[in-house]
Design a protein around this ligand. Structure first.
Ligand code: ZN
Length: 184
């Protein structure tokens, strides 16, 4: 297993569309293991394939707060239901030390394949970390980044620029009307 290099904001692959995984080959299996390792090495709760330079529809999440690893692997995920809204602070391994307030759906149901290619459905509610993490990682598979959901653009730009990262590209901003009004 290896720890992969994480692509930083500004590199084009983070804005690229990803490909469906048709076969969970040895190469894909290794990529998944390496992604899990890389997520833990970076102390992240999630990591998507484009963040390690691979444009596949794969991400991994581990929201367990304990020392016991409990990674969940999502391959070709689809959100089948979404509702509500929640605001919360988010960061991203591709944006070192940048945290900003973003708006997300509070309740989602997602369908995906696991690392063995088996279908599963997962539900996450009430704006819990799992719900937010899944949406954050799903976005990466479509070239969408958490700053596109920022609730305060100038504050987010200040934080980005302080870390030497480019400002928000307004053409990517998600229209607030696409989400229900936040409940908190
Ligand atoms: Zn991210």
């Amino acid at each position: 297993m290896s720890i992969l290099k994480i692509v930083k904001y500004g590199e084009p692959i983070l804005r690229a569309e990803t490909k469906e995984v048709y076969k969970i080959s040895a190469k894909i299996q290794k990529l998944i293991k390496d992604m899990i390792n890389t997520m833990y090495a970076g102390n992240g709760v999630g990591l998507a394939a484009p963040q390690v330079g691979e444009n596949y529809k794969i991400f991994v999440i581990d929201i367990s707060q304990s020392n016991e690893a409990n990674p969940i692997v999502f391959i070709n995920p689809k959100i089948v239901k979404k509702s509500g809204a929640v605001n919360s602070y988010e960061g991203c391994l591709s944006f070192p030390d940048v945290y900003t307030d973003v708006r997300r759906y509070s309740d989602i149901i997602v369908k995906a394949k696991d690392k063995n290619g088996k279908d599963f459905v997962i539900e996450a509610k009430n704006g819990e970390l799992l719900a937010r993490a899944i949406q954050h990682e799903m976005d990466h598979l479509s070239g969408i980044l958490f700053i596109d959901h920022a609730t305060d653009i100038s504050d987010t730009n200040n934080k980005l620029n302080k870390k030497g990262l480019p400002s928000i590209d307004k053409s990517y901003l998600i229209q607030e009307g696409n989400l229900e009004k936040a409940v908190n």
